[in-house]
Design a protein around this ligand. Structure first.
Ligand SMILES: *Cc1c(COP(=O)(O)O)cnc(C)c1O
Length: 404
């Protein structure tokens, strides 16, 4: 071994032992993250570690991830288009089925155009970075999704927080930070709290300041609004009010990928400038074919939204009767805040022992002191599933209080 090799290997070893120590710290703080391996398809129940568990943590809000018709469209897509797209959209990976999905998404959201991205994370980074840069300003809600924060930070625009859903605070920040380009960025439905942005106020404040508004409706699309159009109903909000609308396909639509919808000029700008669009392989065409099928089902089968809304009310009424502290959420995301990471983990573990899966969400995903069980309901659940959840919560959270 040469001296240089020795030096490099020493440095690496030192680096890794440092990392191992950091992992130990995470374990000690009850902040260590584990993955569960599912042995069967995503659904109302999941098969984990040899057991079938009632699943209350997926984002498969309409129960379409394992829908047979979506799967059939996927397989037909492979037969027709092959497995991979082979290139980025701008080189030669943009197939007619991608184009058809973009047109269907534009129609679904009531916007002139839509542009497909490989994931919601990529869409958010790509859109924000194409729109603002050095010398500009980006304004973000305190509870925005990590991908929106990363997008803002990477853009090199000045980054400004505003208090959660506080339009007055936002207006003050806009006034204090004038510039040619001011971009306001918000979740439509907040992913960990389940509440929705106050869109009427946000659009008012944005227009008054001449700022652009970007709404990430990853959790709202398919779930809310007429035909599942999401939080930004085109009947009430045009592209002047909400110029940048982002949605994902991996949640209510049950497939994968994401899109940004808006005017011609926005979409053409993204095609020219969004690096996460330009420098990445186009989604597998069969994913687009499957998404076309699920979009159609989501639109037409309104019973899924109605059934889900019924379950949400049923859960909230039952939980309130039990004295559980719920958040102000009318969406499928129904968190129960327990405080410390250990409490959230213990509750999640106790539920699992009773055959139910609900995720423990801890910092940095949520602010310190607000670790929680994040319960999500889907159209695949029945009322008796939710009754089972309520009774398990009564047992486990009751026990926890006694333990304190
Ligand atoms: C899930 C999520 C994303 C990321 O979407 P992916 O397609 O999973 O990458 C972006 N924003 C919000 C609010 C999300 O919940």
């Amino acid at each position: 071994m040469t001296f240089l090799q020795l030096l490099v290997s020493r440095t690496l070893v030192a680096g890794f032992s440092d990392m191992a120590a950091q992992l130990d710290v995470l374990r000690g703080q009850q902040m260590y993250r584990h993955r569960r391996v599912l042995g069967e398809a995503q659904g109302r129940e999941v098969y984990v570690g040899g057991r079938r568990l009632l699943n209350f943590c997926s984002n498969d809000y309409l129960g379409l991830a394992a829908d047979e018709r979506v799967g059939t469209a996927f397989k037909a897509g492979v037969d027709r288009w092959g497995a991979g797209s082979g290139a980025s959209h701008l080189v030669c990976g943009h197939m007619a089925v991608h184009q058809e999905l973009e047109e269907a998404l534009a129609d679904f959201t009531g916007r002139p155009r839509a542009l497909l991205f490989s994931s919601g994370y990529a869409a958010n980074l790509g859109a924000i970075n194409a729109l603002v840069g050095q010398g500009d300003h980006v304004f973000e809600d305190r509870l925005n999704h990590a991908s929106l924060l990363d997008g803002g930070w990477l853009s090199r625009a000045s980054f400004h927080w505003y208090r959660h859903c506080d339009a007055d605070h936002l207006a003050a920040k806009l006034a204090a930070n004038p510039g040619d380009r001011q971009l306001i960025v918000t979740d439509g439905t907040f992913s960990m709290d389940g509440d929705q942005c106050r869109l009427a106020e946000m659009t008012r404040v944005a227009s008054a300041a001449g700022a652009w508004l970007m709404v990430d409706d990853a959790h709202g699309m398919g779930v809310h609004g007429s035909g599942g159009c999401g939080v930004v109903d085109p009947a009430n909000y045009d592209t002047g009010q909400v110029p940048v609308l982002m949605g994902t396909l991996g949640k209510a639509f049950g497939t994968a990928g994401a899109f940004v919808a808006g005017d011609e000029v926005l979409i053409e700008t993204l095609i020219q400038k969004a690096r996460n669009y330009i420098y990445t392989t186009a989604l597998p065409p069969a994913v687009a074919a499957a998404s076309l099928a699920s979009l159609c089902i989501a639109r037409e089968e309104a019973w899924r939204r109605e059934h889900l809304a019924g379950l949400i009310s049923y859960f909230r009424a039952g939980a309130a009767a039990q004295g559980l502290a719920l958040m102000e959420s009318t969406t499928p995301i129904q968190p129960i805040v327990l405080g410390e990471p250990g409490s959230a983990l213990a509750a999640s573990t106790a539920l699992e022992a009773r055959g139910l899966l609900a995720g423990a969400i801890r910092p940095p995903t949520v602010p310190k002191g607000t670790s929680r069980l994040r319960i999500t309901l889907t159209a695949g659940h029945t009322e008796s599933d939710v009754a089972q959840l309520l009774s398990a919560l009564a047992d486990t959270l009751g026990e926890q209080e006694q333990a304190v």
